[in-house]
Design a protein around this ligand. Structure first.
Ligand code: GDP
Ligand code: MG
Length: 163
């Protein structure tokens, strides 16, 4: 069986763009507005010596009243449950948000292997501008640009090497 990678993160961080990059398809809908991909979306991916299934998710759709656990779409929870490894995507340009903290806490509690991808990092000085993401307590920050295809190979290696 191929291992399964789930892409998780708040809306608009670039999950669907990363999905397209990993699967080399235009299947996942990429949009400028939040929360469009509401259903799980599966694709086949092969990078280096790793062949795997990747799941795109609609992400978290928060409302003012409910906590992160209620906000989290059921589909996303199922995707995480199915996954061997979670890629938690954050937006390197927008910086760290309260939602990112909530998602990180949720993932830490699950104890599932998780790698942190700081997307939209093209042209950024990694050490300086991404340091705040260490606060999430998920270890190494993998700078990627889904749109420009940068950092993808080392992200995939980091995800699957420990498995
Ligand atoms: P999702 O809601 O997490 O699935 O995010 P999308 O994949 O729909 O992308 C949201 C927006 O971020 C779109 O306007 C993308 O073009 C943009 N985006 C995605 N990846 C990158 C990237 O690597 N760099 C930059 N600058 N923008 C990106
Ligand atoms: Mg999406």
């Amino acid at each position: 069986m191929k291992p399964v990678m789930a892409l998780v993160g708040r809306p608009n961080v670039g999950k669907s763009t990363l999905f397209n990059r990993l699967t080399k398809s235009r299947d996942a809908i990429v949009a400028d507005y939040a929360g469009l991909t509401r259903d799980r979306h599966y694709g086949n991916a092969r990078h280096g010596r790793y062949e795997f299934i990747v799941i795109d998710t609609g992400g978290f759709e928060p409302t003012a009243e409910s906590g992160i656990y209620k906000e989290m779409a059921k589909q996303t929870q199922q995707a995480v449950a199915e996954a061997d490894v979670v890629v938690f995507v954050v937006d390197a340009r927008a910086g760290l948000s309260a939602q990112d903290h909530d998602i990180a806490n949720y993932l830490r509690r699950l104890g599932k292997p998780t790698v942190l991808a700081a997307n939209k990092a093209e042209g950024m000085l990694e050490g300086v501008q991404l340091a705040e993401f260490y606060e999430l307590g998920l270890g190494e920050i993998h700078a990627v640009s889904a749109a420009h295809g940068q950092g993808i190979r080392s992200l995939v290696d980091a995800a699957f090497e420990p498995l």
